[in-house]
Design a protein around this ligand. Structure first.
Ligand code: UT7
Length: 330
């Protein structure tokens, strides 16, 4: 079978207006601006408004992406959501979005792969597009992690922010758009990043609420080690599939969790730090949205040029890893 290419034809993101600075956090937990900046690279993050949900962030990002692609929501065939903070456990975020966008002909499903969600969404969409099954898919990756943050845990509450990002995927020539990808899950490490009481294993009860078990738990040390080991490995696998090497990469868009992880992975991949985009200082860790926010930074400021090679690498809850190589086609 002759496969088609699959490329991003429209792109957009959205962050809420409310800013939470490190100085604000100094008033909530025993921390300092200096500790947060030195250990993570984060200075501030955005927080969703009261009364809003992840789908409200997602709908804004989706409208921007649809405008950018000059596509009507009603012409979408599929919406793939990527989130761990859907408005409710079910229905999915993408089903809520289908209604809010007026995407009446679209099928929907969500991927629950945490911070790798943006890559997973693009790779999943590409399987429908490359085979000719579909022509217009919207991938929306968004999270409101501040809604599941334990505000008494200084080792996690300083990290997270809220955002959404969206991409329209359409057919292209085979040598454009997604050139190669790789995915892996190391499920044995799932317990290091989870909400202990959130599903059928331990439905939220009074004990869970008292122990903050309905909030995000992370063993930062373990996740840090797994990311530094796993990111270069999955990135090399994706580059290999694309028939490229790290020397061909113009931009690295990695999950934005910690500046030290970005730097360590870049060194292991032998990629100069100025090709590794970081928006950590202004948005923190925005989970599924983070790679999209970093990509949007160079898309909006004009650094990202047609034909540039972009390496996307995600890691997070699962423990999941995903890498994708794109030839930018806009
Ligand atoms: O998006 C999903 C993927 N997530 C990640 O990739 C996160 C990966 N992990 C990390 O980024 C880092 O492990 C953290 C930023 C979470 C923590 O940084 P660290 O350098 O690994 O700190 P640590 O956990 O080793 O803690 C060092 C010290 C501890 O104090 P003691 O035991 O040495 O006295 C902590 O209690 O820093 C303390 N500490 C803090 N101090 C001030 C932890 N958090 C804070 C804080 N402010 N916010």
């Amino acid at each position: 079978m002759n496969l088609r290419g699959c490329t991003i034809t429209g792109f957009g993101s959205h962050v809420p207006d409310r800013v939470l600075t490190n100085a604000d956090l100094e008033k909530i937990v025993d921390t300092t601006d200096e500790w947060i900046v030195v250990h993570t690279g984060i200075s501030e993050r955005r927080v969703i408004e009261d009364g809003k949900a992840t789908s409200d962030l997602a709908v804004e990002a989706a409208r921007r992406a649809l405008d950018d692609a000059a596509i009507d929501a009603a012409d979408l065939q599929l919406i793939i959501g990527a989130t761990i903070t859907a408005d409710t456990v079910f229905p999915s975020m993408s089903a809520v979005l289908e209604h809010k966008l007026g995407a009446n002909r679209a099928a929907t499903f969500d991927l629950v792969t945490g911070c790798t969600g943006f890559v997973d969404g693009i790779v999943t969409a590409a399987q429908f597009i490359r085979t000719g099954a579909m022509d217009r898919i919207l991938v929306v990756a968004g999270d409101a992690l501040t809604r599941i943050t334990n505000w008494s845990d200084r080792s996690t509450c300083v990290l997270f922010g809220d955002a959404a990002t969206a991409a329209v995927l359409q057919p292209s020539e085979p040598d454009r758009g997604l050139l190669g990808w790789a995915m892996d899950t190391q499920g044995f490490a799932g317990e290091h990043l989870c909400i202990p009481s959130s599903g059928s294993a331990w439905p939220p009860d009074e004990k869970a609420i008292a122990e903050n078990a309905t909030k995000l738990y992370m063993n930062g040390h373990e996740i840090f080690k797994m990311a530094v080991r796993g990111v270069p490995d999955i990135a090399m696998q994706a580059l290999d599939k694309a028939g490229l090497s790290s020397a061909d990469v113009d931009w690295v868009i990695m999950h934005q969790a910690n500046q030290r992880i970005l730097d360590a992975a870049a060194d292991r991949l032998d990629i100069p730090h100025d090709r590794v985009i970081s928006v950590l200082h202004k948005f923190g860790n925005t989970s599924a949205a983070s790679m999209g926010l970093a990509l949007d930074e160079i898309y909006q400021d004009g650094r990202l040029k047609k034909d540039d090679i972009v390496l996307l690498v995600g890691f997070g809850a699962g423990f999941c890893l995903a890498g994708a190589v794109l030839r930018w086609d806009k």
